[in-house]
Ligand binder design. Structure first.
Ligand SMILES: NC(=O)c1ccc[n+]([C@@H]2O[C@H](COP(=O)([O-])OP(=O)(O)OC[C@H]3O[C@@H](n4cnc5c(N)ncnc54)[C@H](OP(=O)(O)O)[C@@H]3O)[C@@H](O)[C@H]2O)c1
Length: 311
């Protein structure tokens, strides 16, 4: 009987609390599709949840061992509704499970992957791509805006730069010196945060996409003009940034990325027509997921890192 190899969080703690396990292949219920996963995105939320932090850990604390993975790209196993066996699909899987060979995904969260988009590329888009797109839309970013994106070289940031540029905005993005060339190549004015405080490098920002939160997010508020709009994306420090923004006459809001098939389709089409470029800096085999967590929690990843799931 074939089994389902997964990499699960067995206890809250360090990356080595992730362990391989074998479970039964799940049976889809009404409205679900059985998917054989090819690639899963690795996101900071996965590491925070594993460490026992934030809303993710609160949600799963009574469900350990639990298999993370909110981004999954793979192949449909059995016909189900509009999906046929062999279709290549990708989805934002709210219940997790991407770090495993098989999962049952809600059919209304799945997009077909265009022929000329790889499963690797597709697996980067649900969390990072949707977050970038939804953050810019939340504050109605337009061509008239001067936009500052913190952590422009990261998973969300490198996509947000390109989407903001596509809207015609004037885009600035912070990064370390080693990523200046990369961030510039995406169309932003790169601001090396090691050189001088950001407020000395850029002022009069209309839209701040804060992908750092904490001290870095709070300091960046000094670059935003009165009446400017801020989305602070890391949820753990959002209340602090919202309060600090209010004191400066700036409107800040937090967000939680939502599954949205139409938006995911648009991102996939943008990759297909090459108007969106995805940086994949490393693909780890599933069994090296501990190392992938060490890397993602360093906060220094360029673009996206993925897990390749054994077939
Ligand atoms: N609320 C939601 O729904 C939601 C959704 C997605 C993500 N998030 C959160 O949003 C944040 C960003 O996610 P992500 O996937 O883009 O993270 P990520 O890929 O891990 O970001 C890594 C990047 O951060 C940059 N960085 C580190 N320190 C920096 C600093 N002081 N200033 C500017 N850049 C810095 C690094 O560039 P350098 O090496 O050049 O410094 C690196 O490229 C995370 O906290 C994540 O949990 C929230």
């Amino acid at each position: 009987m074939p089994k389902n190899l997964q990499l699960a969080i067995t206890a809250f703690g360090e990356p080595d609390t992730l362990k391989l396990q074998q479970t039964d292949i799940p049976t889809p219920s009404e409205g679900q599709v059985l998917v054989k996963v090819g690639f899963a995105g690795v996101n900071p939320i996965d590491a925070k949840t594993r460490a026992g932090l934030g809303w993710g850990a609160e949600k799963i604390k009574d469900c350990l061992p639990w298999t993370p993975g909110f981004d999954a790209a793979g192949v449909v196993v059995q016909d189900s509704g509009q999906f046929k066996a062999g279709d290549r699909i990708v989805g934002r899987i709210v219940e997790g499970g991407g770090y495993g060979q098989y999962l049952c995904a809600p059919s209304d969260a799945l997009s077909f992957v265009p022929e000329d988009v790889s499963l690797e590329q597709a697996s980067t888009l649900p969390v990072a791509g949707l977050t970038a797109l939804q953050a810019l839309e939340l504050v109605n970013t337009t061509k008239d805006d001067k936009v500052l994106i913190l952590a422009g070289a990261g998973g969300v940031g490198h996509i947000a730069i390109q989407l903001a540029k596509a809207k015609g905005a004037d885009v600035f993005a912070s990064c370390s010196d080693k990523n200046e060339e990369f961030v510039s190549s995406l169309g932003a004015t790169a601001l090396d945060y090691g050189k001088a405080p950001l407020e000395q490098q850029v002022q009069d920002i209309d839209v701040l996409i804060d992908l750092m939160g904490g001290d870095v997010g709070e300091a960046a508020l000094a670059s935003v003009k009165a009446g400017g709009r801020v989305v602070t994306v890391p949820t753990i420090t959002a209340p602090r940034i919202i309060e600090a923004a209010e004191k400066r006459g700036v409107i800040a809001q937090g967000m939680l990325v939502q599954p949205n098939v139409a938006q995911l389709d648009a991102l996939l089409n943008a990759v297909s027509d090459k108007s969106l470029t995805i940086e994949i800096s490393k693909i780890y085999p599933l069994e090296d997921g501990v190392q992938a967590h060490v890397e993602i929690q360093s906060g220094r990843t360029r673009g996206k890192i993925l897990l390749e799931i054994p077939q």
